[in-house]
Ligand binder design. Structure first.
Ligand code: NCD
Length: 306
């Protein structure tokens, strides 16, 4: 039995395989609509979500399976003080696979130690978000056609933004990748990611406070939301929330083939006027989430199309 807590729980070859499956699902959805018949996915979401939870549920329903779960910890027994370990010990008797989001870093790992079925980390605090990274990788494969030799700019809240951490880990395995880290001082990439996945690997990187100074060098611009819910005081959030706002004027400084990604939800950091730019691919990115999650559920349950 396998759990996916971190994107590095999957090898480069396995990621390639998942992307191939996702592409086949996109091309031939009918081949897959019964493969998880009689299987149940539980979505245990202790934190708000739109895309991640609904795309997981849509994925399982599209595979012919069923879903149960909660989207608000207040309606589960955690509100009575039940531990994650106990919740999962019980739910793993009611479902064949679990997707869990939790505000505490490490909660899905703890869950996996008490589960009888595969556990997928759907986001743990300011830590990791491996299935967002699968979505991101499928987007990069479709839009850029490769993972190697790309200059990836990550902009905004690099401290608390878990999709950034998982994406850096994943991209650090491909040759010729460079990172440009764009953030205010207070929201810099934490050392648990920077040391191990950039510095120790000898990967070329640059840090900048200014988006304008570096946007022209990028193949990919990965924008992020300032993670309001992880701030200790509101003043800091209010001061930092609008540090970067991508506008059509700024897009004029970018290469004609640069792509703009964002895990969404966006608040102010990308002006809606950028949405019509063909380089804006965040809505396509969110669309792919359903198909990579279908591929991942199939892999963890060991089921295949006929
Ligand atoms: C991200 C998350 O939850 O970490 N959202 C998502 O899953 N698409 C990013 C965010 O909330 O800003």
């Amino acid at each position: 039995m396998r759990h996916i807590i971190n994107i590095l729980d999957l090898s480069v070859e396995e990621i390639e395989e998942l992307m191939d499956t996702a592409d086949d699902i996109l091309a031939n959805p009918g081949r897959y609509n019964e493969v998880c018949r009689h299987k149940i996915l539980a979505t245990l979401f202790f934190e708000p979500s739109t895309r991640t939870r609904l795309s997981f549920e849509s994925a399982m329903l599209s595979l012919g399976g069923q879903v149960l779960g909660f989207s608000d910890s207040g309606s589960s027994s955690s509100a009575k003080g039940e531990s994650v370990a106990d919740t999962v010990a019980i739910v793993s008797g009611y479902a064949d696979i679990i997707a869990m989001r939790h505000p505490k870093e490490g909660a899905p790992l703890v869950a996996s130690m008490h589960s009888r079925v595969p556990v997928i980390n759907a986001g743990d605090g300011g830590h990791y978000h491996p299935t967002q990274t699968l979505t991101d990788l499928l987007t990069i494969r479709h839009e850029k056609g490769r993972f190697e030799n790309l200059t990836v700019g990550l902009c905004g809240d690099l401290k608390f933004g878990r999709p950034v951490h998982s994406l850096i880990e994943a991209m650090s395995r491909y040759a010729g990748v460079k990172f440009v880290l764009i953030s205010p001082e207070e929201l810099k990439l934490p050392s648990f990611v920077k040391q191990e996945f950039i510095k120790d690997k000898g990967i070329e990187y640059r840090q900048s406070r200014s988006l304008d100074d570096v946007i022209g060098d990028l193949d990919i611009l990965y924008m992020t939301r300032v993670q309001k819910e992880r701030f200790f005081n509101e003043e800091d959030y209010l001061r930092l929330k609008d540090t970067y706002i991508l506008t059509p004027e700024k897009m004029k400084l970018a290469r004609p083939d640069m792509i703009v990604m964002h895990p969404l939800p966006r608040v102010n950091e990308i002006s809606t006027a950028v949405d019509d730019d063909p380089r804006a691919c965040y809505f396509r990115q969110a669309y792919y989430g359903r198909f990579v999650r279908m591929a991942l559920i199939m892999k963890l349950l060991g089921v295949h199309a006929e």
